[in-house]
Design a protein around this ligand. Sequence first.
Ligand SMILES: Nc1ncnc2c1ncn2[C@@H]1O[C@H](COP(=O)(O)OP(=O)(O)O)[C@@H](O)[C@H]1O
Ligand SMILES: [Mg+2]
Length: 260
Amino acid sequence: MDGGAMTTLLDVRDLHVAYRGGALWRSRPVPIVHGVSFRVGRGEIVGLIGESGSGKSTIARSIVGLTPVARGEIVLDQGTAHVGRARHVQMIFQDPFASLDPRMTVGAQIAEPLAIHRLVPKALRRQRVSELLTRVGLSDAVYDRLPHAFSGGQRARIGIARALAVEPALLIADEATAALDVSVQAQILNLLMDLRDDLGLSILFITHDLAVVRVLCDRAVVLRRGRIVEQGETVALFAAPREDYTRLLLASHRTLEPQA
Ligand SMILES: Nc1ncnc2c1ncn2[C@@H]1O[C@H](COP(=O)(O)OP(=O)(O)O)[C@@H](O)[C@H]1O
Ligand SMILES: [Mg+2]
C-alpha cells in the first residue's frame, strides 16, 4: 500500500494513559501508556503488536473513549479531539458473544445499533441485516437463530456484522482471532482484507501473533511497556528491524510462522 498517498483517518498524538489505583492509599494514577503516537490511514490495516501487558488494550479503550486520556490527542478524520462515543469506531473482541443477549435472535441484535443510531428506517432493517450477514459470509438463516450453537468462526463473523451495522470508518480488533483454529483464523483474516478492499475500511489489528501481522497488516507498530519501540511498513519491519527488541520479538516467534 502506498503510504505517501494515503489520507490519515486516525491520528494518535503523544497519548498518555494512567489508571487510578483502587485503594485509597494508592490514589495516585499509575501511568501505563507513555506518549504513544501513530496513524492509521484510510483503507489501511495497521498491526499493534506487543507482549501481554504492554498496553495494547488500554490504547484501544482510549481510542473508543472507554478509558480517559491523561495527555495527548486522539483525532479521527481530522475532526474533534474526542472520538469517544462516535459510532465511527467499532471494536471486535475475542468473544463477540460476551456482549450478546442469549435470549434474543442474532438478527435482532445486529439490527439493534441500526435503531439506536437511527440509521435505517424500521421497515428496511431486516433487509439491511440480511445484507450484513451476506457481507460477512453467513447464510440469511442465521437471522432467526439464538446466539448459541455457533462455531467460533461464525461467532467472529456475527461480531463483525454487528460492528459493521453502524458503518464505521475504523474497526479495532483486539485479539479478535486469537482463539480460532488456524484455518478458521485465515478465513476471518481474508474477510477483513475483503472489507478493507470493498468498503475502504481502516483496521487497527491488535495482536501478539506476528505471523498474523505479516499476512494482514500494511504497517505495524511495536509496543513495549507502554512505549512504541518502532513502527513501519510490515515488509520492511520484518525484513530489517531497526531495534534490538523488535529483532528479539521476531526471533522468538519465527518458529510459529509457516515455512516459506
Ligand atoms: N482497569 C485497569 N486498572 C488498573 N490497571 C490496569 C487496568 N487495565 C489494565 N491495567 C494494567 O495496564 C497494563 C496494560 O494492560 P493492557 O492494556 O490490558 O495490556 P495488553 O492489552 O497489551 O495485554 C497492565 O499492567 C495491566 O495490568
Ligand atoms: Mg489486551
